[in-house]
Design a protein. Structure first.
Length: 627
């Protein structure tokens, strides 16, 4: 349901405006009307940049705390001993009185950025040194100092590589060649010759290492210690000052919102009077009027015009509220529309269950939701509840279609007495098309109701007429295919409905216009309706196809587990069978879950939204209040 909004204006003396805004922010119910751009305002830009900087560092520090928490939990699990702080996420250990000032927080942010930059440089250096160590590891643990001594004594040391077949042992006598290593038929060798000796070796000369393996190892160890030291300092900051940064972020957000309201304020009477406009939900207007009226502030309830962009607040029951993220994922409705959430929610559940189509997978979703819901954050609990509903729907539909973890339970002898009550593959295809037809007609009915409310009954007559024409044609031509015979009287009545409603759709689709113009637009609407209806209904066959694919893939993995292990010893066979089943069904569940979310979204956003003439573009209701 879209909450009714009221438009208000406040006129305040400039010296009292700051106190008034603070009172308004404390109430936290007014969505300020934004008629002026703020993205180029220097103060807003500065605050948004600061907010982004704080968020970046906060996310990093929270990641450190979560990593430490996971490490402590793992240690507790391995040692079976109690570790302090391992039961909950590690919280910053500071009290409200210990919060840093804004200036101190800014210094802290600079310090964090410096430490992170140093850590990144050390990490890059570590990667290069480790790569260099891996490169020279084939030359063994030599001493670079000895290479320098040989060079000072007038000897050159050459590093070479060649294939084992190319290596010539005569090089050992001519050039004092020594084989150091052989890796995958590649020979690594060195030569020790006096300076000025001409070399004639059919091998690739390698670059002489600048450091030996031991020295590189010591440098890598020292870099590792430096990195650990920086990480420890950052972790200490996360423990002590995370709350200070969170508090600073709230201050910046509040300051940004405050300046945004100041920008939207109109000035009058030589800047002596301040005029502010905004929107308030209908059920909260009394609270605002009493609070500001008692304080002597002037307010005026204004009429809503067609040009007003009214913010949208959705209010639904516990069940349909779970589907609001799906509505927001596409677009909020505008103020003149219906809230689509409760209208598509039951269908979305049905589509999900038909696409996943396996009762066993539905059972897994139910168990996963029950197990994970107590462990996830508050923001994720509604998602887990939604997963529970999806699991229940899938369990019911999968059981009705006779598929449980890829096995056909229809073939179970114990269920032979109720075998005829299961939904067969052929029936499921027909059911998908019937669901699609009903869903499209349902969407068109919603569109007709919307037109009636927005423009009046006479403008909705054509939309209702098309619905009756389609339903009458379906009764005459589709019901006999289902062995439902209509009497001649009923057929004549239906034909009469088609003629009457067809005339309305053709000649009265736009009240007030010339009848010939109506007829032309009616013919065009007829073409669009017929072609669109066929295409839209056929789109719902994907429910059958995706559900069938999920069931078939599950059956394929079951057959693979049985057939590929048929020749094995019965006492050993269970392990590879279990591995094939686990990997196969995990892959099938992953792919099926993606399809079971994507295609219901597609049917909702394309078929349903199009036929219900959903406009969207609603502005989210964001009241002016403190973070």
């Amino acid at each position: 349901m879209i909450v009714k909004m009221n438009k208000y204006a406040w006129l305040v003396y400039h010296k009292e405006y700051a106190v008034f805004l603070e009172r308004l922010r404390t109430l936290g119910v007014v969505h300020v009307k934004r008629s002026k751009p703020t993205q180029d305002h220097p103060v807003i830009q500065r605050l948004r940049t600061e907010d982004k900087q704080i968020k970046t560092q906060l996310d990093y520090l929270n990641g450190l705390l979560e990593a430490e928490d996971a490490k402590l939990k793992a240690e507790k699990k391995n040692s079976k001993e109690s570790v302090p702080g391992s039961n909950d996420t590690v919280k910053p250990a500071e009290s409200e009185s210990a919060l840093l000032s804004r200036t101190e927080c800014k210094v802290l942010l600079g310090r964090i950025e410096d430490l992170r930059e140093k850590g990144n440089k050390i990490q890059s250096s570590l990667l290069l040194k480790e790569k260099e160590r891996d490169t020279i590891s084939v030359w063994g643990d030599f001493s670079y100092d000895n290479l320098v001594r040989l060079r000072n004594a007038g000897y050159n040391v050459g590093f070479y590589t060649c294939s084992a077949s190319q290596y010539d042992e005569s090089w050992e006598d001519c050039y004092n060649a020594f084989v150091i290593n052989t890796v995958q038929s590649v020979v690594y060798f060195i030569t020790i010759t006096r300076s000025g000796t001409e070399m004639s070796i059919n091998a690739d000369q390698a670059k002489m290492p600048l450091k030996d393996y031991r020295h590189l190892g010591e440098e890598i160890e020292q870099e590792g210690k430096n990195k650990e030291e920086i990480e420890a300092r950052l972790l200490e900051i996360a423990r002590q000052d995370c709350n200070s940064l969170k508090n600073l972020k709230k201050e910046v957000e509040n300051e940004s919102a405050w300046h945004d309201v100041l920008i939207q304020t109109a000035h009058g009477a030589d800047d002596k009077l301040m005029l502010l406009e905004g929107w308030i939900p209908d059920d909260k207007t009394a609270e605002m009027e009493k609070s500001l009226g008692d304080s002597g502030y002037f307010y005026l309830k204004m009429d809503i015009t067609d040009d007003d962009v009214i913010p949208i607040e959705l209010r639904n029951n516990k069940f349909t509220k779970l589907f609001e993220p799906i509505t927001r994922l596409y677009s909020l409705p505008n103020y003149k529309e219906f809230d689509p959430t409760p209208l598509f929610a039951p269908f979305f559940m049905l589509f999900f269950g038909l696409c996943l189509g396996d009762g066993g997978y539905g059972l897994l979703l139910i168990l996963a939701s029950i197990i994970l819901k107590p462990k996830v954050s508050e923001s994720m609990k509604p998602i887990m509840t939604l997963v529970l509903y999806f699991g229940i729907t899938t369990l019911v539909i999968g059981t009705l279609t006779g598929t449980f973890f890829g096995f056909s339970i229809i073939e179970v002898k114990a269920l032979s007495s109720v075998k005829d009550y299961f939904i067969t593959t052929d029936n499921l295809m027909i059911i998908s098309l019937v669901i699609g037809f009903f869903h499209v007609i349902y969407a068109k009915f919603i569109a007709a109701i919307k037109i009636k409310i927005q423009r009046g009954f006479k403008y909705s007559l054509s939309a209702f007429a098309w619905i009756f024409v389609i339903l009458a044609f379906a009764c005459i031509f589709v019901l006999p295919m289902a062995n439902i015979q209509l009497s001649k009287l009923v057929e004549y009545i239906l034909y009469g409905i088609i003629i009457l409603c067809g005339a309305i759709a053709l000649f009265y689709n736009t009240p007030g216009k010339n009848i010939f113009l109506n007829f032309g637009s009616g013919l065009w609407a007829t073409y669009n309706t017929v072609s669109g209806l066929v295409g839209d209904v056929l789109s719902y066959i994907r429910l059958y196809a995706i559900g069938l694919t999920s069931a078939l893939l599950g059956g394929v993995f079951n057959s693979m587990a049985i057939d590929m292990t048929a020749s094995m010893n019965p006492f050993v066979r269970w392990l590879p069978m279990l591995l094939i089943l686990l990997v196969g069904h995990a892959l099938n569940i992953g792919l099926s879950l993606i399809s079971s979310l994507v295609h219901p979204l597609r049917l909702t956003y394309v078929e349903y939204y199009k036929n219900s003439e959903f406009e969207g573009g609603g502005l989210d209701y964001k009241p002016f209040k403190k973070s």
